[in-house]
Design a protein around this ligand. Structure first.
Ligand code: BG6
Length: 302
């Protein structure tokens, strides 16, 4: 049971950071400051919403999302770790790892000099996690909420041997109509097309979406831009420590099958995931650390 009084006494910031019970019995933290508002679940250190002041939501959360202990939330920013997609050798292990479905603890909350709010989370070690990942590894997420949303996912190798991880910030972005948006920054990248048996292909020009799309772009470190003429805005995705980018939209048939997308929900979202996926894995030496860092911002579209 989460002790909300203790959490608020230790990390609450009057009017700015409030811990409270959320949907489905999940503990959430609400953040509000002069630059923006956000909600996060302690399970998975999962950013569920982020709305910069004066903007429509930038992060898409399904209207039909299911909230329950041990289940991933459809929408927001799921943390995929310590592998991306299916486990390389053990089919029974959960897709995208276990970090998104286990409890995390809060280890810090502060107002930054520019008025943004920073929350620090650490994954709680457990028997079940150790059974899936038998390495001494610390995982922290530092989330800064303001006019921009910043997430720094830090993996520390506390073991005596090197570890190899995959990870992703599996962000669902809110768009007016996915059929109208263009995604730039991936021009000239090769990609693995999961809709075509994982075939390696070559992107030419911006990415547009008019059918189920599931691609891992390789050699991708540049900013990605989601141009949304319907909302007259551009979402800029900056990243570091990520060399692949996943672009995903399930389209109608798959989203209906998934059961937690809501009617036509797929039209208002696109996942542009800053990742280390497929062969783009990260090896961390003993005592070393890896940062997967992103910053999302809104820019006007001319
Ligand atoms: C994407 C994968 O990252 O996540 C897709 O490329 C997958 O193949 C999608 O369907 C959603 O995964 P999940 O486990 O959250 O339903």
């Amino acid at each position: 049971m989460t002790d909300f009084s203790a959490l608020n006494a230790r990390f609450g910031l009057s009017g700015q950071v409030v811990f409270k019970p959320g949907p489905g019995g999940l503990a959430v933290v609400e953040v509000a400051n002069s630059q923006g508002v956000a909600t996060m679940a302690l399970q998975g250190a999962h950013v569920m919403t982020w709305v910069p002041r004066g903007q429509k939501p930038v992060i898409w959360l399904s209207r039909a999302a299911k909230f329950a202990p041990g289940k991933s939330i459809r929408g927001g920013v799921p943390v995929c770790w310590p592998w991306f997609g299916p486990h390389a050798t053990v089919a029974a292990l959960p897709a995208h790892g276990f970090a998104r479905t286990v409890p995390w603890e809060v280890i810090g909350a502060q107002t930054l000099a520019d008025g943004a709010t920073r929350l620090d989370f650490r994954l709680i070690q457990s028997e079940s996690a150790r059974a899936q990942w038998p390495h001494a590894t610390l995982l922290e997420s530092h989330v800064t909420v303001g006019a921009a949303l910043e997430i720094d996912l830090v993996t520390r190798n506390a073991d005596r041997s090197a570890i190899t991880i995959g990870d992703a910030l599996h962000t669902y972005f809110e768009v007016s109509d996915v059929r109208l948006v263009t995604i730039r920054g991936l021009e000239a990248c090769p990609y693995l097309d999961k809709m075509d048996g994982g075939k390696r292909k070559q992107q030419t020009g911006p990415v547009t979406i008019g059918a189920e799309t599931d691609r891992i772009y390789l050699d991708s470190s540049a900013d990605c831009l989601i141009d949304d003429p319907g909302l007259k805005r551009r979402i800029r995705i900056r990243k570091r420590g990520s060399h692949s980018t996943v672009v995903w939209n399930p389209w109608i048939e798959k989203s209906v099958k998934m059961g937690d997308f809501g009617e036509n929900g797929y039209l208002n979202m696109v996942c542009v995931e800053s990742a280390n996926a497929a062969d783009d894995v990260v090896t961390i030496a003993p005592g070393g650390e890896h940062h997967l860092w992103v910053r999302y911002e809104i820019e006007p579209m001319n």
